[in-house]
Design a protein around this ligand. Structure first.
Ligand code: SF4
Ligand code: SF4
Length: 179
């Protein structure tokens, strides 16, 4: 995935005027058109506070403008911590966190998932853990009086991920930018 800077000049050829309606039809995205860009979501967002690039307001505006490729291929889309502070504070009742989830789902359907999440998925499917725990660390638990780690259940996770078609999504290659 690559990041198309929000400040890069917009070309008319990249505008998809139907994008906002596509989002508005999906569960959680219904109120996206109500956003009047007050900036409350960004100013209260704990992630935006520590990031130079993550701005929920900007993602919403880009979607309203029809910048579908930029939104769905944005790495920052995946920085949202789903804390719902933005949703609670939006004066227009936009479900900002849900809009971002809808955008992520659309991005995932096209295979636009950051490599870090693909790697985590592979680890979960192998061991049941998001991160592979080094054998040495596992062995050190007993001498330190710690109980054994509970066994992961990759099979049950595989079933869940299959059910939501996540496995197909992460196996897809990123679609090229229409640049
Ligand atoms: S708080 Fe609501 S109205 Fe204000 S910029 Fe964010 S989404 Fe838009
Ligand atoms: S849900 Fe995401 S966008 Fe909203 S405040 Fe939390 S981290 Fe920021």
């Amino acid at each position: 995935m690559t990041e198309l800077a929000a400040k890069e000049p917009i070309r008319s050829s990249e505008i998809d005027p139907k994008f906002k309606y596509e989002l508005a039809k999906m569960h959680g995205g219904e109120k996206i058109l109500r956003c009047f860009q007050c900036g409350t979501c960004t100013s209260d967002c704990p992630v935006a506070r520590y990031s130079d690039t993550y701005r929920p307001r900007t993602l919403i505006r880009m979607a309203q403008l029809g910048l579908k490729e930029r939104v769905l291929k944005s790495d920052t889309l995946w920085l949202c911590a789903a804390c719902f502070t933005c949703t609670d504070r939006c004066p227009q009742d936009v479900e900002v966190a849900s809009v971002i989830r809808v955008m992520r789902n659309l991005a995932a359907e096209r295979g636009c998932v950051p490599q870090v999440f693909k790697d985590q998925t592979a680890s979960i499917l192998e061991s049941g853990y998001a991160y592979k725990i080094p054998e040495l660390r596992v062995k050190k638990r007993e001498p330190q009086g710690l109980p054994p780690l509970p066994k992961g259940n990759p099979e049950s996770i595989r079933k869940t991920l299959k059910g939501v078609k996540f496995l197909e999504a992460i196996e897809k290659k990123d679609e090229p930018h229409g640049q």
